[in-house]
Design a protein around this ligand. Structure first.
Ligand SMILES: [Mg+2]
Length: 374
């Protein structure tokens, strides 16, 4: 096994947990929601900032984080903020956030003017960006209209889908051969030969975590068996990432689920767990993420040192923050977070949901047609 490292992207919240119970598996928490989920969220933040052992340890912290980021809790906050004048601060919070992260639709013309004469390269997350978040991850289908919109975008600009799903699965959903695909959070990248923008004209397959494949298969098998008795739990093999979905698991059983994940990680300190939208994701602790995938694809397509390239990255998940950070570090590109609610993010702009993503893509194609740049 090669020397592996733990990557904690800037701005995320590393948690110090009891060394007696956790070996060396770190985890990265989803940010607490602003406002309403406040009691639980504030509690987590306080605990995480203090390297002390707290009651319940690892499992307790992760379960509280899962609760704090639960859409159920977030929806309750939203409902309160529209129904009860006493919580107007929620609306103020949202307004402040929208000023910091304005809608990419409302700023569309300004954005396009800034890209004039430059090469746009599109990066699109899949779940929650091109498809709705649904209870069954196997049913997260892309709509025909969204597929058509992405197809049109790909005629205008190099376009990649960067997903936590395994590459073959995300391709089976999208079914567009003209795109580039980076699965398993960027750990499985394929650039087919002979595409319009592949200047090296050579097929590229890049799998920086390939040595972890047997371990990931073992972890998938073990966790599938261990969680069989937890109703609603679904363990998905995403090649270089094992995803444990808890969207359909009763909240009372989240602790049990996390205990099972923890038990597996104790056996594999070379892995780490991160939390996404109703999913825990176990991945190799290598210095590779969606941000690295973005850089790799830019380089492969011949845009690495190009000053006139504008990478546009659209995503909804905590794992997309690595890509948003890369755009900030490069000082170029447009990061767009897809979210119905204010969230801590490195993205500069926002869209509320996949329907708005589609609107943005359609307008992008129309703008490109009218400007006659391609
Ligand atoms: Mg997503």
């Amino acid at each position: 096994m090669a020397n592996v490292n733990v990557v904690v992207p800037e701005g995320l919240l590393p948690v110090t947990v009891s060394p007696a119970t956790t070996a060396s598996s770190p985890m990265i928490l989803y940010p607490p929601p602003r406002g309403g989920g406040a009691p639980a969220a504030a509690s987590i933040k306080k605990k995480c900032n203090s390297p002390i052992e707290h009651a319940g340890g690892w499992t307790h912290v992760l379960v509280e984080s899962m609760k704090a980021s639960s859409p159920t809790h977030l929806k309750a906050v939203a409902a309160l903020s529209t129904a009860v004048p006493a919580v107007e601060y929620e609306i103020d919070d949202n307004s402040a956030w929208m000023i910091q992260h304005p809608s990419a639709l409302s700023k569309f013309e300004q954005l396009m003017i800034a890209t004039r004469g430059k090469q746009i390269v599109m990066f699109l997350d899949y779940d929650g960006t091109l498809s709705p978040i649904v209870d069954d991850p196997d049913s997260a289908f892309i709509s025909e209209t969204m597929r058509a919109a992405v197809k049109e975008v790909a005629k205008c600009f190099p376009t990649a889908v960067v997903s936590g799903r395994c590459r073959s699965k995300v391709y089976d959903f999208v079914k567009l051969t003209e795109l580039y695909y980076a699965g398993s959070h960027g750990m499985d990248i394929k650039v087919p030969e002979g595409t319009k923008y592949n200047k090296k004209k050579k097929a590229v397959l890049f799998q920086p975590a390939s040595e972890f494949l047997p371990i990931m298969n073992e972890v998938h098998k073990t966790l599938s068996e261990k969680t069989r008795t937890i109703p609603g739990a679904k363990v998905e093999n995403n090649t270089f990432c094992v995803s444990v979905h808890f969207r359909c698991v009763d909240e009372k059983r989240w602790g049990l689920l996390v205990e099972q994940v923890r038990a597996v990680l104790k056996e594999h300190p070379e892995l780490r767990v991160t939390q996404g939208r109703k999913v825990l994701e176990i991945r190799p602790s290598i210095k590779w993420d969606k941000g690295k995938a973005l850089e790799f694809l830019l380089e492969t397509l011949g845009f690495a040192d190009c000053q006139s390239v504008v990478p546009v990255y659209i995503g909804d998940d905590r794992t997309d923050e690595d890509a948003f950070q890369v755009l900030r570090d490069r000082g170029q590109g447009i990061g767009i977070l897809v979210s119905e609610f204010p969230k801590e993010t490195k993205a500069s702009y926002s869209l509320r949901n996949p329907a708005e993503v589609m609107d943005f893509l359609v307008r992008l194609v129309e703008w490109n047609r009218l400007s006659g740049t391609n």
